[in-house]
Design a protein around this ligand. Structure first.
Ligand SMILES: [Zn+2]
Length: 480
């Protein structure tokens, strides 16, 4: 290298060194302020990529359920909910029944209400007629917000309470829109939602076909307000893994995904893994049979969402899954941990879900940082944030606060949430390009603003603190 070039290089280094150092460290400076509120505001405003693990009927805040359920009167759906128990039956279907008798705030349609005897009718009240105390209790009945509530409350009562509400495709369509809007406002551009296309009913209780339901969802996505959210949606169909008819459901849904590639991309398997009837290996013969007939159906499957070590993650990869939901106990499988490093499979991390369902008792037990920092692909997701009363910003806030994430790690999580999505390649690239542009702009703006704030304390151009939800208020005292 000649002297002249050396001199120019030295000059360039001197000129760029100070601002480079500050810009690179802006996120560290931000964290070092120890100001949770400002960190939250930055994470809220930050472009975030997608949410790949999200159950549509679990993603709905209680007040949305209430408001949307009432709006369905126009379509002939009137809802009733159980507000008291008068011991009308001398036998009780136990808590594990599909229709447990001893369960308050179970929602039914008017046709079912009229089929009840006078005693049971007296236990129900029209949803629109609830007084303020009953309404507050109804809203709380589908939130996991008490210290004594956990896995059993979630798995054994929330879904059983929703009941009729999730059998109305127009409710699903409206909750879909509300989610697109809310996630869009948090800076997300992609949602891969788990939603069923079976079991839907007309107001009189007669069935609606899967194709009909799919069209209701499809049409909702075409409405201008949905398009205006800027959020791209794809669907997975979730199958309850431990029921006796799970193989039949898998056959039907697999074909459905194959036949509806415009929006449907994958099959998922859900339901508590501590019910051994849904063990992964059960589905290997059926999936092999289906792969002889159909192409193009991806699998993302819940696995390793358990307290004890087992081979569920390993066996689920053998099923053909490209993504693992939760993967908490992957950390107990040394050999698989080695194989997953820098590997093609991603683990969908649900930090808030895992805490509230007691798979960990505090974040020091969570394997997420070990996966992230040994090169196992991971992304953050919300699972059933309506029931946790939380947001995607909260997931990032928990991750950054509990594990001191670097800015590069934050961006990697968002990029993974797009690059491991199941949408078609062209769409995926467009989303990644959009994210890369948006995050570059955001970090440039934040780097300058944080640097300037060293004098004033105020980060200019940052939105005001958004309204926060129950989880982050209770756990981190961020109540706005
Ligand atoms: Zn899940």
């Amino acid at each position: 290298m000649n002297k002249r070039i050396l001199f120019v290089c030295a000059l360039l280094m001197v000129a760029s060194a100070p601002s480079f150092a500050v810009e690179k460290d802006w996120f560290e400076s931000l964290k070092n302020r120890g100001d949770a509120e400002t960190l939250y505001r930055v994470l809220h405003a930050m472009p975030k990529g997608g949410d790949l693990h999200n159950h549509l009927s679990g993603a709905v805040y209680s007040e949305w359920w209430y408001e949307i359920a009432l709006s369905q009167a126009d379509r002939g759906y009137e809802y009733f909910t159980k507000v008291k128990i008068e011991n009308c039956r001398d036998y009780g279907e136990n808590a594990f029944s599909i229709a447990p008798y001893f369960l308050l705030f179970r929602n039914i349609v008017e046709a079912e209400y009229h089929s009840l005897n006078a005693c049971e009718k007296s236990e129900y009240k029209a949803l629109r007629d609830l007084d303020s105390r009953e309404k507050a209790a109804w809203l709380n009945s589908i939130r996991l917000d008490k210290p004594f509530e956990g896995r059993d409350e979630f798995f054994q009562t929330h879904w059983q309470r929703l009941n009729a509400l999730v059998r109305n495709p127009w409710i699903q369509a409206e909750t879909l829109y509300k989610n697109m809007q809310a996630f869009g406002e948090e800076g997300l551009t992609y949602l891969e939602l788990q939603v069923s296309v079976g079991g839907y009913q007309k107001p009189d209780g007669s069935p609606l076909s899967s194709d009909f339901v799919a069209n209701v969802l499809r049409e909702r996505l075409k409405q201008p307000d949905a398009i205006a959210t800027g959020v791209t949606v794809r669907f997975q169909i979730a199958i309850l893994r431990f029921v006796p008819f799970a193989e039949a459901a898998l056959r039907f849904d697999y074909k459905f995904v194959h036949d509806n590639p415009d929006l449907w991309v994958a099959i998922n398997m859900v339901g508590r893994e501590d019910n051994d009837k849904g063990y992964p290996g059960r589905f290997l013969p059926t999936l092999r049979e289906l792969r002889r007939q159909y192409d193009g159906v991806k699998l993302s499957i819940h696995a390793g969402e358990v307290d004890e070590p087992n081979a569920h993650v390993r066996d689920t990869l053998l099923l053909g899954a490209d993504r693992i939901g939760h993967g908490i106990n992957l950390i107990t499988d040394d050999e698989l941990m080695r194989q997953m490093r820098h590997g093609p499979y991603m683990v969908e991390i649900n930090l808030i879900s895992n805490l509230l369902l007691n798979y960990i008792t505090d974040y020091s037990q969570h394997p997420f940082p070990e996966y992230l920092r040994t090169g196992i692909p991971v992304a953050l997701s919300t699972d059933d944030r309506g029931m946790w009363d939380s947001t995607m910003t909260d997931e990032f806030f928990v991750a950054v606060t509990e594990f001191d994430l670097s800015w590069e790690e934050v961006k990697l999580l968002s990029r993974n949430s797009l690059s491991y999505s199941f949408t078609e390649q062209g769409q995926k690239q467009a989303l990644l390009d959009k994210y890369n542009k948006a995050i570059q702009k955001f970090e440039n703006r934040m780097a300058k603003a944080v640097q300037k704030s060293a004098q004033t304390g105020e980060i200019k151009g940052l939105q005001a603190m958004p309204a926060t939800r129950g989880f982050v208020c209770k756990q981190y005292k961020l109540c706005f």
